[in-house]
Design a protein around this ligand. Structure first.
Ligand SMILES: NC(=O)C1=CN([C@@H]2O[C@H](COP(=O)(O)OP(=O)(O)OC[C@H]3O[C@@H](n4cnc5c(N)ncnc54)[C@H](OP(=O)(O)O)[C@@H]3O)[C@@H](O)[C@H]2O)C=CC1
Ligand SMILES: N[C@@H](CCC(=O)OP(=O)(O)O)C(=O)O
Length: 420
């Protein structure tokens, strides 16, 4: 990838960013009630324009034959998914307003009153996968937290995103705010994405959601502060003595409920003492899933094929499961340390001590005990939605909602004090 961008593209992006910045300044002074009103107008707009959005999505789906199963599943809209977009926006608007919240405060000996106040980040950029709902979720979260947003969605979802953004802009205008609060980048070339991540101080933070290729490009080329929302090579470890009925249900959910998303399970680690019994159950329940396993797995499950190093290292985003039989919790944790992408890791156990060890020793954005990795989602966790799931440690980690789209400012008030 070249680091040179055509000047025209740069100029267009800078202009969009400037307009977003100026619109954000007016939003920053709007009350929480007004911001909630914008979101309600957005939700009503999406609901009212469902047919138009589905028609735009049909245009994107015309390329479905070229797409992987995961890409088709992400891209497809139907009435139920549009209704979910509407409820997400309303759920976000029901969250407490954090803008202006005093998170800390104290009075100094010299009488100065100090407080730390929550404020919007400013202009947020997102590069994201071909899920049209991200367009409305991300916009609603950003605006409710007082920010402007610049959207660089996937080329695969261009028609859907354009239709959604038109509705969102209309809603902002209806409430009397500036539609430039949402900027959508129509140039979905890779050179365009590069120029986007090189906006420098025109953008306050970039949230890239995507796989290793995107994340490498961002690490190499971005001139904007970033919050990486990377891939999910998620593991489930089934401990010695685990409840196998519960384990089977959780594994079925984590692997098959929506296999193409980042919080789906990719590798099963199973303690040798329960491996035979568990793999017997999974052989029936996961009939459609291809198993790729180590030697012990293959001995216990005849339909498993040989797993390569790469199978343990990557996301399948498909009905394929890597399996490894381990001799201890330590071996499971070592495997996770070696291959995890730091997204979501789960243990199924009846042992409190082992659960605690797993929670403390596994370094990931989310660690789960006796439940499915599919719950690592802003909506499921009561945050309304998420703008992404951060797989880095700064400035936020895990699903990012409204609070994670703000920063703080120190306000100091005095009566003429001076420093001596
Ligand atoms: N942690 C999280 O919150 C999330 C993680 N993911 C991860 O994303 C992946 C699935 O989505 P998928 O669509 O395959 O992701 P991709 O990484 O292929 O695409 C994501 C976005 O990045 C763009 N892009 C991809 N490569 C580059 C590059 N080299 N330079 C510039 N832009 C690039 C794509 O554009 P275009 O499509 O036009 O090529 C798209 O807009 C999985 O790995 C999943 O785990 C997904 C969503 C959320
Ligand atoms: N929010 C998601 C998980 C994160 C996500 O969007 O992942 P992906 O579909 O890989 O883009 C969910 O569980 O629905």
């Amino acid at each position: 990838m070249t680091t040179q961008n055509p000047a025209g593209m740069d100029a267009r992006l800078h202009e969009l960013a400037q307009r977003a910045r100026s619109a954000q300044r007016s939003l920053a002074t709007a009350s929480g009630a007004i911001r909630a009103q914008v979101l309600e107008a957005m939700a009503s707009g999406i609901h009212a324009n469902c047919d138009e959005l589905l028609a735009a999505n049909e245009l994107d789906m015309e390329r479905a034959a070229e797409l992987t199963r995961a890409q088709r599943d992400r891209l497809r809209l139907d009435a139920v998914r549009v209704a979910a977009m509407v409820s997400s926006i309303r759920d976000i608007a029901r969250q407490p307003d954090v803008v202006g919240q005093v998170v800390d405060g104290w009075v100094l000996g010299n009488g100065l009153r100090v407080r730390r106040v929550r404020v919007p980040l400013g202009v947020i950029g997102v590069i994201y996968e071909n899920r049209p709902n991200v367009t409305s979720d991300a916009t609603a979260l950003a605006l409710y937290a007082g920010n402007a947003i610049m959207l660089r969605g996937s080329s695969l979802a261009l028609n859907s995103n354009q239709a959604i953004v038109a509705v969102l802009k209309g809603a902002i205008w209806e409430v009397g705010l500036e539609p430039d609060l949402v900027a959508m980048v129509d140039d979905t070339t890779r050179a365009g994405a590069l120029a986007f991540m090189q906006l420098g101080s025109a953008m306050d933070v970039l949230i890239p959601r995507g796989g290793p290729e995107l994340i490498d490009a961002v690490r190499q080329h971005a001139s904007v502060p970033t919050i990486i929302d990377g891939d999910g090579n998620c593991h489930v470890y089934v401990d010695r003595g685990a409840n196998l009925e519960m384990a089977t249900a959780i594994i079925e959910n984590a692997k098959t409920q929506r296999p193409g998303v980042c919080n789906a399970m990719e590798t099963l680690l199973v303690h040798v003492d329960v491996a035979g019994a568990l793999l017997d159950r999974l052989d029936t329940v996961l009939g459609e899933v291809e198993f790729r396993g180590d030697e012990t797995t293959r001995a216990l499950c005849k339909r498993a094929v040989s797993a390569t190093e790469d199978d343990y290292a990557r996301e399948f985003l498909d009905l394929i499961l890597a399996v490894k039989v381990v001799g201890s919790l330590d071996e499971a944790i070592d495997h996770i340390r070696r291959y995890s992408s730091g997204h979501s890791e789960a243990i199924i156990t009846e042992s409190y001590a082992n659960a605690q060890r797993f929670v403390h020793e596994v370094d990931a954005a989310a660690v789960l005990v006796n439940t499915s990795t599919r719950f690592v989602d802003g909506g499921q966790l009561g945050m309304g939605a998420e703008i992404g799931i951060s797989t880095q440690k700064l400035h936020a980690r895990g699903p990012m909602g409204i609070e994670q789209l703000t920063t703080t400012k120190i306000v100091i008030e005095g009566e003429g004090q001076i420093r001596r």
